[in-house]
Design a protein. Sequence first.
Length: 319
Amino acid sequence: MRSSLPLFPEQASTFAERVDALYYYLLSVSGFFVLLIFALIFYFAVKYRRRSEGEQTPPILGSIPLEVAWIVIPFILVMIMFVWGASLYFTAFSPPANAMEIFVIGKQWMWKVQHPEGRREIDELHVPVGYPVKLTITSQDVIHSFYIPAFRIKMDAVPGRYTSIWFEASKTGTFHLFCAEYCGTAHAGMGGRVVVMKPSEYEQWLRTGAPEESLVAAGGRLFQQLGCSGCHSQNSIARAPLLDGVYGKPVPLQSGQVVLADESYIRDSILLPQKDVVAGYAPVMPSFQGRISEEELMQIIAYIRFLGEEGPEPRKTTR
Ligand code: CUA
């Protein structure tokens, strides 16, 4: 659906059309009732006007069919909104398993993007058309919100936490990228562009520019440099949990709870190691709070994820 009225941004993701369809439904339901109510106000005002001094209002006894109608019809209309909206919501928050993953960090006042292959960019996001892309988002200072109107996606970037959203671009081109959460003086300038390219061009783009190490390689290097490998390895003296294959698995904790080893858990384990101690281990790990940047955290997480994956190569971007 391409409207000739420029009320909506361009539809450039598979999600956009579905969001707009729901929006049109909300608009038409609201529009219909606004018109109906206003028309009836005027009609009744005229029809039931007082015709003479001393005219008495007749007693009103109510009407069962009328009451049933104004309960049942709005109920059905809002339940459609609920089911429709919820299904879109679940789609937006369940990335397909084969989605390629890109990391996004918000800071005052720019967006920093890291591709798994190592290419980094600022205030720009290059993606291939026709592939699902999952964004893992955080902030290194205040709350921002990553917003691509043409894709109909918006997700908060929250310090100390990872959020994620996904999309599949449906056409090539350049689209706006905004920060949609007031974050200080230069909030309005915190934006850029999303460049959707043909997959072959994207592959080429990834390979151009300064040769940078992949996220996994950078994470592996940090893992050595920061001394993680001293304890978290097969032949270390200090007893620390091995991290091979830990990602995505349930981890039993000292407290008796079991948590899923996702990005947030790994992040917390690095910054707040005393928070969730693995069952059977002593809380001896030092905190890396303040010693490690958000970029480095994402690299180490990428490395730990890779540790359990099969094959010698990190996850490929193409299917
Ligand atoms: Cu960042 Cu507004």
